[in-house]
Design a protein around this ligand. Structure first.
Ligand code: HMG
Ligand code: MG
Length: 306
């Protein structure tokens, strides 16, 4: 199998996870989570988003969170910026990288961004131009690459075309979001066949799986076999999507680290410290971690302590 030797994990829990939580956390709680994640060795942490507080109130204090974290050398702290106003706030917060986000279907684009796909891309142009002029790298996200809650199945060719557009606009990588988690090993394989067949370099791709149908790890094994070496994960499996009812969280960081360990793929994360972050956020939110690996390992360590 053609597995990569090393994988970069992009921890999206503090943003993609917490943007969905009904429990309001304080700036200190959020910053503590980010610090525990960086202490575990994670090298990219999506720390917040500079979006409309009317739409996503959970992220309204992202600037304060950025100001409160202890920046670990070697960790990049990133944020979503849907427009120039968001970019201004991100620059003020001294982010390491920003991200823009588009959808593959018109219906999802309207719900998530209040605009058509082409309007969204136009809106991103000045964001990209200014960010790149300031040497701030820009990541692109595509939602609904393996299915849409409103339109059902999605053509891989449409994903390929938009991925190419985002890369041509200047994004250094595109994160392929299975926003509602309906993707399977088969559809992941067909998608990557199309993208790589269209000469999109695998180094420019990241996978962003939600585990709604329990398929995330299977889909990631396929993506790894295609050589994808950047994976978005969320501590304790936090998350969902405000515009996709029933969508569960992103695949849990702990489960992906366990998977990578089993395959002998380097990831740079210290598992016991990651479990500390998992335990911390689960306690703050007063609910069990969604990670099966974390649940098993924490139970095993409690047994040993007895
Ligand atoms: P707009 O064009 O201004 O239109 O913003 P609007 O009517 O949606 O604006 C609403 C209000 O937000 C207005 O203020 C704007 O001024 C203000 P009001 O008139 O109500 O007082 N506003 C802002 N405030 C602070 N910072 C900003 C900002 N921009 C506008 N940057 C826009 C359109 C898309 C920007 C807005 O609707 C918005 O921010 N929506 C939230 C989008 C969002 O965060 N979605 C979730 C993240 S995407 C995701 O989770 C998927 C992903 O994880 C991948 C996957 O899982 O598939 C990435
Ligand atoms: Mg997501």
């Amino acid at each position: 199998m053609n597995y990569p030797d090393k994988v970069t994990l992009v921890e999206v829990g503090p943003r993609d996870g917490l943007q969905n939580e009904a429990t309001a956390l304080s700036v200190i709680q959020k910053a503590t989570l980010v610090d525990k994640l960086s202490a575990s060795g994670l090298s990219v942490i999506e720390t917040g988003s500079f979006v409309s507080p009317r739409w996503v109130p959970q992220m309204a204090d992202s600037g304060a969170v950025f100001n409160s974290i202890k920046r670990r050398p070697g960790t990049r702290y990133t944020a979503l910026t849907p427009n120039e106003r968001g970019l201004d706030a991100a620059i003020d917060a001294d982010v390491s990288e920003v991200a823009i986000f588009a959808a593959v279907t018109e219906s999802f684009s309207r719900k998530n961004l209040n605009a058509s796909i082409s309007e969204t891309l136009q809106r991103f142009e000045p964001v990209l131009k200014r960010a790149l002029a300031l040497d701030i790298p820009v990541r692109g996200y595509l939602s609904c690459v393996l299915g849409c809650p409103y339109e059902g199945s999605v053509e891989p060719a449409a994903v390929s075309q938009l991925t190419r557009q985002l890369l041509d606009m200047g994004c250094h990588e595109v994160s392929l979001g299975d926003t509602i988690g309906t993707g399977t090993a088969g559809s992941t394989s067909r998608l990557l066949d199309t993208l790589l067949g269209d000469d999109i370099a695998v180094e420019r791709l990241a996978m962003h799986c939600h585990d709604t149908y329990g398929q995330a790890l299977a889909n990631l094994v396929i993506a790894l076999q295609y050589g994808v070496a950047t994976i978005d994960t969320s501590i304790a499996g936090l998350g969902g999507c405000p515009y996709a009812r029933g969508a569960t969280g992103n695949v849990a960081t702990e489960d992906v680290v366990y998977l990578l360990d089993g395959l002998g793929i380097e990831h740079g994360v210290d598992f016991p410290r990651l479990l500390e972050a998992s335990r911390y956020i689960s306690e703050q939110l007063q609910r069990d971690t969604q990670s099966r690996a974390a649940r098993a390992l924490l139970a095993a360590s409690d047994n040993t302590a007895d």
